[in-house]
Design a protein around this ligand. Sequence first.
Ligand code: C5P
Length: 221
Amino acid sequence: MPGFKVAIDGPAGSGKSTISKKIAEKLNLTHIDTGAMYRAITYLALEKGINLDDESEYEFVSKVKIEYKNEKIYANGIDVTTKIRDDKVTKNVSKVSSFPYVRRTLVSIQQEAAKNIDVIMDGRDIGTVVLPNADLKIFLTAHVKERAKRRLKDKEVNNVTQDIEQLAKELQERDLKDSTRKESPLVVATDAIVIDTTNFTIEDTIERITNEILKRRITME
Ligand code: C5P
């Protein structure tokens, strides 16, 4: 697959999307947030009122049009950027994304989107399933208390308050579901660099990953 590919995986709240977005801007890569895609499908499934436990009701996924424009995500032409962050979506997304039909459909859309471009893609199965031949694979992690603290800060910016212990519990539940599902679970790719960001700032992590990208780009030239 031509183009330089960076895969960023890791548990909920590890900073994958924020960091990937900033690196993309810095190095002129296209950023694809695959979590936002699973969230958009979950949002649509909730809107349609389908039985979320029944895999046969997810056929609509193959017809959904997902687009990114000016930092916003659209599903079937509807701007769902804010809606996909609702608690109801967050609570159900791990279930929706555990169905093989949903995963296979989104994985093929993601692979198509990454074709022939320089891309940084973040998610749970990018280095293992979506882009197994990526030029660089990073697994970002951080202690769950630290991840909950960061999530809480994001929420407070939007005037939402939540108990930190409860938030940590929800993150752990989601991680458990994501890492124990049968189809493409969250695992560390054997050739990934694992970065524990518990004691690092976002800027530290961006610098570390940027250096890895530049090193590999130079070796490839
Ligand atoms: O990255 P984010 O936390 O927004 O992802 C939301 C959910 O989408 C994850 O908890 C996981 O269930 C699912 N997901 C996935 N595979 C990906 C990206 C996200 O299963 N590549």
